[in-house]
Ligand binder design. Structure first.
Ligand code: ATP
Length: 597
């Protein structure tokens, strides 16, 4: 290792310790359990270390002197030590079982709460698998560390120091031999355990990659077959499986070497102790009792010494898990309630964009570059534009899924950033192009749009969204479970439930990303009917990918090059704007192409 590496390592150790110390607020409520648990196990180890001293007293006293008279209390003492050790180990187990799972649950609950508050921009940048592994695997690593490894690092270090002290008191040479074998054992095992942890981590990642390949090839089986890409994905799978096998083999090699060292060094130590002891007994400088006690103490220290290596490696691994946890927790919640929120008016329904600019984080050019647009109370405004012109981005700015980077978005004259998020999201409802349904009942999926909604509210919303009939026909009505692990619904049914979810809270303003775009022409008619009812009586901004959606609107705005280039009724724009005519015919031919395919 170079000196540079050593410096980096020591800086990293400091940082890692600080990262682990950030867990203290979570640990503090359970400190007495942990202190009690460490105290119990330490006391148990002291009992264990005292036992060889009583054995020495038996051998050098009643046995050497052939005087069984004093044997009684020594046997009683050794039995008492054994009973105390057993009770203390039991107490430790009882005390240690409580904090770990509860600390883990609290850490996980806070992580989940934070993830819900983080802006969409954060979720765009993070893979769901990465968040999942932090919420599950990393937190179990931390639970094990807090409930076990952290306690045993303290306890085992104290036991080793105490045990070696006892050995030195019994005989300095015997103490020196244990020390000479113990130090390299700790160093070698710490080194091997760190290597093992790196390989174990790699193996976990490779297993995850392999699982992703299997998942993708199962979900995308139709595409893979249609394009004849089966052999390619099979090759990718074989490559990943071979890499995983190599890592697993490397893991076993490290483990085999580690186990050999763990067995070899203490056995060498034992041989040397017996040699020194036998010579000492022969020339009368050592008693049999001392040798037996020393060998027993050295045996007792075997586990604490062996385990220090992997406990330190576990601490290292836990620090990494902790860093990964705080990486997410430290991500800034940029979309929050203002310090002094303004009230949204009780009635109205006007949506206004004033000089709105928006640039995605890390992107060079703005997507929106000075958008001015008004949706009047009660009107439906369709937003059209070439693909990638920023229509979806503009709609995301209204419920503050993202914040403008310039200009302002006003709902009834109030800048959306000045309103309370809860008020804003109760006033503005959204439905997206892809209707996401959760693994829950129809009732829960619809009521997501308004948590206090009664069954009557849900039925009313379903009626408005033309979904009442098919929901009544479901096997358990509102209680029917849908979504990933429930009943499969058709695309049109899913869209109508998403529309019902948008209207259940009776919002004043609807922001919809074309609910018709992904539907076939027959289903489209049903959803169109639903949409017509949903849109009556509210103000709406609807992204339109189809001319049928455009026809539902009172006015149309064209977004191009980051700006609104034309606004008017569909008929006006068709008559006056050649660009609009071209766009509409492109949308129609796209739609025909989609229907034909
Ligand atoms: N999360 C993101 N990070 C960076 N760039 C993005 C992100 N989402 C969209 N973009 C980019 O912003 C631009 C506008 O995207 P947006 O989805 O708003 O367009 P759109 O008009 O709705 O497109 P379409 O009609 O195809 O749905 C595109 O160039 C897109 O690549």
């Amino acid at each position: 290792m170079t000196s540079g590496e050593t410096d980096t390592d020591s800086t990293t150790s400091g940082t890692r310790l600080r990262t682990l110390l950030r867990l203290l607020p979570y640990v503090k409520p359970f400190r007495w359990y942990l202190i009690g648990s460490a105290g119990a196990v330490l006391a148990a180890m002291v009992c264990g270390l005292a036992t060889p001293l009583v054995i020495k007293a038996v051998l050098d006293g009643p046995v050497a002197g052939r005087d069984p008279g004093s044997l009684g209390w020594l046997i009683a003492l050794i039995t008492a030590l054994g009973v105390a050790e057993a009770l203390l180990v039991w107490a430790r187990r009882r005390l240690a079982s409580a904090p770990g799972p509860r600390i883990e649950a609290n850490l996980r609950a806070d992580l989940y709460r934070h993830l819900q508050r983080l802006p969409v921009a954060f979720h765009d940048q993070w893979q769901s698998g990465q968040l999942l592994s932090r919420a599950v695997t990393d937190l179990s690593t931390l639970r094990r560390f807090i409930g076990f490894s952290a306690v045993f690092i303290v306890v085992n270090t104290t036991t080793i120091l105490l045990g070696i002290g006892v050995l030195f008191v019994l005989d300095p040479w015997l103490g020196l031999i244990t020390l000479a074998c113990g130090v390299p054992l700790v160093l070698v095992s710490a080194h091997h355990e760190t290597r093992y942890a790196v390989l174990a981590r790699r193996s976990q990642d490779q297993a995850g990659d392999l699982a992703t390949t299997v998942e993708e090839s199962v979900l995308g089986i139709r595409v893979l077959k249609a394009f004849g890409r089966g052999p390619d994905i099979a090759r990718r799978f074989a490559g990943q499986a071979a890499a995983w096998r190599r890592t697993e083999l490397a893991k076993y090699k490290v483990l085999a070497a580690l186990i050999a060292v763990i067995i070899l060094l203490p056995e060498l130590g034992l041989g040397l102790q017996l040699l020194v002891g036998a010579l000492g007994i022969a020339d009368g400088t050592m008693t049999v009792g001392t040798l037996v006690a020393a060998v027993t103490v050295a045996g007792y220290l075997r586990w604490p010494i062996d385990s220090i290596g992997w406990l330190l490696a576990d601490a290292n691994q836990s620090a990494t898990a902790c860093e990964r946890y705080w990486e997410v927790r430290d991500a800034e919640v940029t979309i929050t309630d203002p310090a002094e929120p303004a009230d949204l008016p009780a009635t109205g329904g006007e949506l206004r964009f004033e000089g709105v600019r928006f640039t995605y984080p890390g992107a060079g050019a703005p997507v929106l570059d000075g958008v001015d647009l008004v949706v009047r109370p009660g009107e439906t405004l369709a937003l059209v534009g070439p693909t990638g012109s920023g229509k979806t981005t503009l709609t995301a700015l209204v419920p503050r899924l993202a914040d403008v980077t310039g200009g302002r978005v006003l709902v009834d004259g109030v800048d959306v950033r000045d309103a309370r998020l809860a008020d804003l999201r109760a006033t503005v409802a959204t439905a997206f192009e892809e209707p996401v349904l959760f693994s829950a009942s129809v009732r829960e999926n619809v009521a997501l749009g308004s948590p206090g909604a009664t069954d009557d509210d849900v039925w009313l919303a379903l009626r408005v969204a033309s979904a009442e009939d098919f929901v009544r026909a479901l096997p358990w009505g509102l209680d029917t479970r849908i979504g990933e692990q429930g009943l499969s619904l058709s695309g049109g049914q899913r869209q109508r439930l998403a529309l019902a979810r948008a209207v259940v809270g009776r919002p004043r303003l609807l922001v919809l990303d074309d609910p018709l775009s992904a539907l076939d022409v027959h289903t489209e008619a049903e959803v169109e009917r639903a949409l017509r009812r949903v849109l009556s009586g509210v103000s709406a901004l609807v992204v339109a990918h189809r001319s049928s959606t455009v026809r539902l609107a009172d006015r149309v705005a064209v977004l191009d090059g980051g700006r609104v280039t034309a606004v008017g009724t569909h008929a006006e724009l068709l008559a006056t704007d050649p660009g609009y005519r071209a766009l509409m015919s492109a949308l129609d031919s796209e739609q025909e192409g989609a229907v034909a395919s």
